[in-house]
Write a protein that binds this ligand. Structure first.
Ligand SMILES: Cc1ncc(COP(=O)(O)O)c(C=O)c1O
Length: 421
């Protein structure tokens, strides 16, 4: 069956044919046959250079042979035990040795779980209820995180989805990333009731927005001064630019860190961790309940360990340089076609916007999404797959070659030519 038929079949099984909303796009998504290295292949016989990379985990490229072998070897010894195994210690130890601020951690199965548990832990540890999150920040699909700005910027948030109780929204205040005055006002109003500020250190779910100089340091300082915890959600940024979380590159210590994606090597994973003082509050050593049938399962642990072991020996500067080359190429093409644009990127992740400026949430929301989508579609016709949504992020993997980058820039030139007609 081709993608169209599969979409029809899938639509009677799953809402809009997909098992996570970002995977749907008009008129219907392609259905994947297989993926290897920098390429993803659909059931219709098309091949794409992939910059979506499963929304982040596949930094080594698809189906990395070392990770695949590790999964097969472990699968033969058992898929899941429901009892601890050495595989957890191997991965946990490697993460602790390469993450300066993680003394203890717990594995979960997704970034969503990781942030949900981190938020509960922060509330329990501080004995406070209020969480501050950033407008446009995404921390997964649980109730504490599906909150957007309320009626005023200093009031509690409102549910961003029906089904999230107003009562939950009344425990979350939505702040503005890169706006120190706004965060100061929130602390002035709620100071000693704030359990934690949770933020992506680099915003990666509204396209890419980089922190203004000093903003992250400011968050560290204001949380510390008010006895609130700082949670860095590094589900995207962990191990993406160096063999460490991003916090170690900038030298800022959060109280809790969440990770996922890359550290599972392509298998479902989440992690929350921090100082042993805080982490010891987690059950059963402490009173904060958290659990998971599949948490720390040996197949994920083996995949994560194989991926991180490999990454440890890789030269990140090679893909950082390739990403830079790609961003420069995109800039040249868009300039040549006289399209006003901004490209935000750091290390191995980037996004482009058709806007005058894209330094904060409001500006990004004003970008021309329709043009982005039309270019996305045209690029597919030229064998390049970028995220379908303006508000996702492009990733470059260790499997992307210089040739891939050149082909992508040529494909963009042709695609923009078609779209602008
Ligand atoms: C920063 C961030 N946190 C949390 C999540 C949720 O992770 P998951 O999809 O594994 O539940 C995501 C997912 O994209 C994310 O980007």
């Amino acid at each position: 069956m081709g993608s169209k038929d599969l979409f029809q079949a899938g639509s009677s099984l799953f809402p809009m044919g997909v098992n996570s909303p970002v995977r749907y796009f008009r008129d219907y998504p392609f259905y994947v046959d297989h993926a290897r290295g920098s390429r993803i292949y659909d059931v219709d016989g098309n091949e794409y250079i992939d910059y979506c990379l499963a929304y982040g985990p596949s930094i080594l490229g698809h189906a990395d042979p070392d990770v695949v072998h590790a999964v097969i070897d472990q699968a033969e010894k058992g898929l899941i035990y429901g009892a601890p195994s050495e595989s957890e210690i191997r991965l946990g130890d490697l993460i602790r040795r390469s993450s300066r601020n993680i003394e203890m951690m717990r594995f979960a199965n997704s970034g969503t779980e990781a942030t949900m548990h981190a938020i509960r832990l922060a509330r329990a540890y501080t004995g406070r209820n209020i969480i501050v999150k950033m407008e446009g920040g995404f921390h997964g699909a649980h109730d504490y995180a599906l909150i957007k700005s309320g009626s005023g910027t200093l009031t509690f948030g409102s549910p961003s989805s029906p089904g999230v109780p107003e009562e939950v929204a009344r425990t979350v205040v939505v702040g503005r990333y890169n706006d120190e005055e706004n965060i100061k006002s929130i602390f002035n109003q709620y100071g000693n009731r704030i359990a934690a500020v949770i933020t992506e250190p680099i915003m990666g779910n509204v396209g890419v927005i980089l922190p203004d100089p000093g903003f992250i340091e400011f968050l560290r300082e204001i949380t510390e001064r008010n006895g609130s915890l700082l949670i860095f959600d590094e589900v995207i940024t962990g191990y993406r630019f160096a063999f460490s979380p991003y916090q170690d590159i900038i030298g800022i210590r959060p109280d809790l860190t969440t990770m996922g994606k890359i550290i599972g090597g392509g298998m479902p994973i989440g992690l929350f961790g921090g100082s042993s003082d805080i982490m010891k509050r987690v059950s059963p050593s402490g009173d904060v309940y958290q659990s998971g049938t599949f948490s720390g399962n040996p197949v994920t642990m083996a995949a994560g360990y194989a991926a991180l072991k490999k990454l440890q020996g890789m030269d990140y500067s090679s893909i950082i340089n390739r990403t830079k080359k790609l961003m420069e190429g995109i800039d040249e093409v868009l300039t040549k076609h006289r399209i006003r644009h901004v490209i935000n990127g750091y290390g191995t992740m980037f996004q482009f916007f058709f806007a005058n400026s894209a330094a904060n949430y409001d500006e990004v929301m004003k970008a021309d999404r329709d043009l982005y989508f039309r270019i996305f579609k045209a690029l597919m016709g030229h064998g390049v797959y970028i995220p379908p949504s303006q508000f996702e992020t492009n990733f470059v993997s260790f499997s992307h070659s210089d040739d891939d980058i050149e082909k992508t820039i040529e494909a963009l030139d042709a695609s923009v030519g078609e779209v602008m007609g």
